[in-house]
Each structure stands twice: as C-alpha cells, then as structure tokens.
Design a protein around this ligand. Structure first.
Ligand code: ARG
Ligand code: ASP
Length: 659
C-alpha cells in the first residue's frame, strides 16, 4: 500500500503541464526542463538562458518592436518573417526597383540597405526585482542604473501575474539593421489574405537582415563605417528536417495573452466584443472589396488596408468559435466557483471573485463604448493629404470613402451604449436628420478640404469621451478589458489561485517579454473525420498556382524548378514523389509577436521560422486547447531553397552554420 502511494506521488509530481500549454520565462526555465526533456529536448536550462556564458537567448532578437528574429551567422545575419520586414522592404521599393514584387538580394555587403526607424533588441539579462521594489527602491532608479551599464542599453520593469512579481529586463538595442534579402511577395506572402490563418499553408514568409555595430561591436547609429555585428551566439541551421512527433521549441517575444481572466471577461470577448467588431469589419471589408473589384488601381490602393482589417477580423472569428467549442465560459465559471468555495475560509481571498465580478459589471459598458468608437468613428480620416489628392485615381475613391463614412456613423449610432455617446455626434444626427445625413455633411467638407470644422468638432468630442472612459477605468492600459481596480484584484486572485490550485503549472501572461514555448510537430483533427497532416510541400504550391489570381501567381522560376524537379540538396522524398518541404504545424503556444521566432529542434538547431496560427487556434490567447491549437512555421529547408535556387544568393548560406 505504501509503495503504491509512493508510486502515485511520484507519478503526480512528474505530471506535465496540461499538454504543451505555456510561455515560460527563460530565466526560470529550469522548472520546466524535466518536462521538456521528457518530451525530447536534449539540452540544459543553461543552454537556453545564461548570463555567464553564451546561450540561445543571445541569438534571439525583438525585431522592430513587435516581431521576433534570430541570428544565424557569426556576422550578424538575421532571419525574420516577410510580413515583419514588410515596411522595410516596401520603403525601398519603387517602380524601378520593385522589391515587393520581384524580391531583392544584396550581392555584396555594400548593397545591404539601411533602414531608418528599424531596431533590434537582444536581451542582456532579466532579473526579478519584486523584493527591491517592495523595499522601496524607485523603479526609475533601477532602470537608469541598468541602462548605464552599457552602450545602447535599454531597460524596463515588467509585471508578471498582474504585478505579483516584477522583472527587470535589460536589452542591448541596435539601430543599424540592414535589409539583405527578401523573396518576391508571390513567395513571401503566397496565398495573401485568403490563406492567412489557414492550414494547409504554403507561404515562404521570411526575409533576411543583418545587424551592424561599431568597430568595437557596440550598438551605434547608422554609419557606413559600421561593421557586421559579431554575436555571442548564433543558431546552427539543421538541414535534416523534422517530422510528425518531433520536439519543437519556440524562443521569442509573444505580445499579449489573457489566460487567467474570469468567465465574465471571456463572455464579454466571445459574446459581445468580438461579434460586434467582426460585424462592423465585415461591412467595411465588403465596401473596400467592392471598390477593389471594380478598379485595378483601387485594388492596389486598398490592399494594405484590407489586409490589416482582415487580419484581426479572421482571428476574432476563430477565437469566438474556439471559445464556444471548448465551453471556456462555463468551465471558467465552474473553476471560479470552486475557488470561491475554498477562498470563503481565507480572509485574504474571500471576496476577490465577487469583487472582480462587480468591477466587470461596472466597466464593460464604457469599455465597449471605447471599442466601438475605435472600430467606427476613429477609423475615418480627418483630412485627405495633398499626396492622396495628387493620385490619378483619387476622384474614383469618392464613393467608397463616402460609403465608409456613412457606414461608420450608422454603426456607431446603433451600437454605442447610450451613457457613453459623444454629445457632438448626437447633436449632428439631430440637426441633419440621420447618421447617414450627418456623415454626408461632414464628409463633404473633409473630401473637398473646404470645411473641416464639423469633423474637428467631432474629433474633439471623441477625444473627450475617450478620456472620460480612461478616467473611469483608472488606467490608460486598455489593451484588454481592464481597469486599475481589476488589476489590483487580479493580483490577489492569481496569488490565491496559486495557493489553491497547486497542481496547475502557472506561467505569466505574454507581455512582449522573452519566452520559451515547447511542443511537437503535430497534425490535428480539423473536423469530424478530417485530419490535417502537419507538413506541406512544393506540390501544394503548384496545385494552388494560378496566374489569374494575384495571391497565387508564383514566380516562373519556381514553376521551372518544379518541372525539372531540380531541387538539388533541398529535395526530399515523400512517399514516391520528390519534392521540397514548405510549412509545418506544431503544438507550441504562441501569439502575435511570435512572428519570426526561431523554431528549434531537440538540439537547439533552427528547423523553421514561426509566422502564424490556424484561425481556430487563436483562442489560445485566452485558453489553450491542445486538441486544436497549432502554430504554423515555414520549414527552414524551404527558406534555404528559396535563398539558394530562387534568389541565387547561395553565398548567404556559406556564412551560416548548416548541419
Ligand atoms: N496572421 C499573421 C499574424 O497575425 C500574419 C499576418 C500577415 N499576413 C497577411 N497575409 N496579412 O500576424
Ligand atoms: N501572425 C502573428 C504575428 O505576426 C503570430 C500569431 O498571431 O500567431 O506575430
């Protein structure tokens, strides 16, 4: 009996975190190493993060403040996504040098293109400062002292678990980052918006940059005298590939998750906020698509706007479906009740759940009003610029722009809660007779540029009400349904949860700090009886290829290589066909910001670049469902194949460490 209990205790102690959920702090990764090794990882916690010797963290960068990148050579060569490098690529593209359409490959270092306003950050170290802050040290003093430690150092203090713990992050920031190469959009953005958030996927979503530094290897503003940065560490690239079941680790900068929010907040997202925002965007997308279909110049003009509206629009739809399917609201409610029952006997936590619920009841309306305003009135231009007016197709935009005004006004009128409406708006509607008539009145002045006063008045009203809402919520950090009071209550709630739910593996919500997620290459059951395999190949690209559809019109050189089966060292056998691997699915817990993250194998070698999730996985920002949540990566062998065979830039491979 004793032995049985002992065995049981050991089994429980070794219990892994629920499947592959979690985004873990690198400096605390030793608490996960046992689980990681059980799942196939071959290295140590020190290999992932160390301040005393070079470790993997030295090869991971925060790219452009919102994406991740990885260093792959001793000379500062960097990989990230095409969609992360997009602004840089676009800024160098002209009619004569259309790098977006045709791609770009620097033949020499001198041809690498500098980018104003693009920087990367490498983590020097992170350290918990909860006790120092509690002892009365000033955050500002801690940050300034850290920044004084080195050239180009940037530091910040970030809250974990709603402020239960505070960590200092010290980065070295490099401001001279140059574009080295990019595939044409027909590879880097293959499938466009149609395939965005979709599996099976065939996008070669990568671009290549290089970090430059002073001769002393320190951060420096752009100078022709700068030299390639010599990193402490760069990733070895594996050319052996990966297969279903293989261990994968993602090292990057996930932006924002809300894993611990109450059922009330989930219900708000899935039943009120997302559905409203989806519906509003559906209408905007319809208006823009109609313009795009009617006029080739407008198709191009509206492409970027369409893409950015559609990205979150699709993501929210997946989130709603995922939350409904998983019954997240119900299971969270049940969890809260069980916690509250335990907490009833603890003075510290007894009231926290009812108080959280009361605070949600207080803030949902103002928060919703703010979201509705951002999705409607705030999307409209207050001016058209001279550059816009000079476009030959400017006049042809008029019906679409007017329709967008009328639509936004109607949506705002119908959806914004009464107590938080903008006075100027209601007055305008009353004076003109309807939201549409008021929209026309205001639009006419903005469009002609002759009478922008009514639009400015409305803008003042928007600003005033938004500020009123921020004051009511007590915080300007309104990215998530949040208030100052909520934040305080959550600090207690999470502390209570950790005391009560001792078997749960807690990880702090993503907040654009460096994290490790691990899992494995894995397909999933997409629908009843419909299994999605985790690997795609060049054959799938050829099957989608269609010169008549912009998003699926691949370069002729790719067709030619396929026809000749001329894959060189990048060819693989899948069954009885010779092909090239393209993308793969894995179970890593990721979110926005993880784009461009290195996907590493059990030995810490680079096997892919993360760039997306399947749309129904996007619920993982709130609850990770292991049966359905999958991240999407481009296979590093496809990246190498494109650089080498399509880009003719095989010399870049020479500076990498291939294994
Ligand atoms: N869905 C991905 C992310 O959230 C990729 C977006 C860029 N690609 C696109 N076709 N819009 O960032
Ligand atoms: N595509 C996202 C990004 O750009 C990643 C994701 O949401 O999975 O960071």
């Amino acid at each position: 009996m004793k032995k049985l209990l002992l065995t049981l205790a050991i089994a429980l102690a070794a219990l892994p975190a629920a499947a592959d959920e979690g985004m873990w702090l690198p400096s605390l990764i030793s608490s996960r190493i046992k689980d990681m090794r059980t799942k196939g990882f071959r290295l140590t916690a020190d290999d992932i993060y160390s301040i005393n010797r070079a470790s993997m963290k030295d090869a991971v960068v925060l790219f452009g403040g919102g994406c991740t990148g990885e260093i792959v050579s001793a000379e500062g060569l960097l990989l990230t996504n095409h969609h992360c490098g997009y602004d840089a690529i676009a800024s160098h593209s002209t009619v004569e040098h259309d790098y977006l359409t045709y791609g770009f490959w620097a033949r020499t270092r001198a041809e690498e293109l500098p980018n104003e306003r693009l920087n990367v950050r490498i983590l020097v170290r992170m350290e918990e400062v909860t006790d120092r802050l509690a002892a009365g040290e000033e955050p500002k003093a801690i940050i300034e002292a850290a920044q004084a430690e080195g050239t180009g150092y940037r530091a910040s203090i970030e809250q974990m678990y709603y402020g239960t713990q505070q960590f200092l992050f010290v980065y070295e920031q490099f401001d001279d980052v140059r574009l080295v190469g990019t595939p044409p959009s027909s590879i880097g953005k293959f499938g466009g918006d149609t395939d965005n958030w979709i599996w099976p996927r065939h996008t070669g979503d990568f671009s290549v940059f290089r970090i430059y530094a002073s001769k002393e290897n320190k951060p420096a503003a752009y100078s022709p005298d700068n030299v390639p940065y010599r990193p402490r560490r760069h990733f070895t690239v594996s050319t052996h590939g990966i297969g279903e079941g293989d261990f994968t680790m993602i090292y990057g900068f996930p932006g924002n998750t809300q894993e611990y929010i109450l059922s009330d907040a989930v219900a708000y997202v899935a039943e009120r906020s997302d559905p409203a925002k989806i519906a509003i965007r559906t209408g905007r997308l319809d208006l823009i698509s109609a313009a795009q279909e009617s006029d080739p110049a407008l198709r191009i003009f509206y492409a970027a706007r369409h893409a950015s509206i559609a990205n979150a629009w699709k993501k929210w739809q997946g989130e709603v479906l995922g939350i409904g399917r998983k019954r997240t609201v119900e299971t969270k409610r049940d969890y809260e009740q069980r916690f509250a029952a335990w907490a009833a006997g603890q003075t510290e936590y007894a009231d926290v759940v009812p108080q959280l619920k009361a605070e949600y009841a207080r803030i949902v309306d103002p928060y919703f009003a703010r979201e509705i305003t951002s999705e409607t009135l705030a999307t409209l231009p207050a001016r058209y610029t001279d550059a816009e007016r000079a476009e030959t197709f400017f006049a042809r935009r008029e019906p679409t722009e007017r329709a967008l005004f009328r639509y936004a006004f109607r949506q705002y009128a119908d959806r914004c809660p009464a107590a938080y409406r903008i006075e100027e708006f209601d007055e305008g509607v009353a004076a003109c007779g309807s939201p549409e008539a008021y929209a026309d009145r205001l639009f006419d002045g903005v469009w002609s540029g002759d009478d922008t006063a009514p639009a400015d008045r409305l803008k003042e009203g928007i600003k005033r009400v938004q500020k009123q809402i921020v004051d009511e919520l007590g915080t300007a950090n309104l990215r998530n349904l949040n208030s100052r009071r909520l934040n305080e209550l959550y600090t207690a709630y999470i502390r209570g949860l950790r005391a009560w739910d001792t078997r749960r593996a807690f990880f702090p919500d993503a907040n654009l700090t460096l994290r490790v997620a691990y899992g494995s290459v894995s397909g999933y059951e997409y629908a009843d009886g419909e299994y999605h395999k985790p690997l795609t190949t060049l054959d799938g690209i050829i099957a989608k290829d269609n010169p008549a559809i912009y998003d699926y019109d691949i370069p002729q050189s790719l067709r030619d290589l396929y026809a000749a089966k001329d894959y060189g060292r990048w060819g693989i056998d899948v069954g009885d066909r010779r092909t090239v691997p393209v993308c793969f699915l894995a179970t890593n817990h990721t979110t926005g910001g993880n784009s461009g993250s290195p996907v590493l194998n059990a030995r810490g070698e680079l096997v892919g670049i993360n760039f997306d999730r399947t749309w129904r996985s996007t619920m993982s920002d709130i609850e990770f469902d292991p049966s359905i949540c999958r991240n999407i990566a481009v296979d590093i062998r496809y990246v190498l194949f494109v650089i080498d065979r399509i880009g003719g830039a095989g010399y870049l491979l020479d500076e990498m460490t291939l294994r």
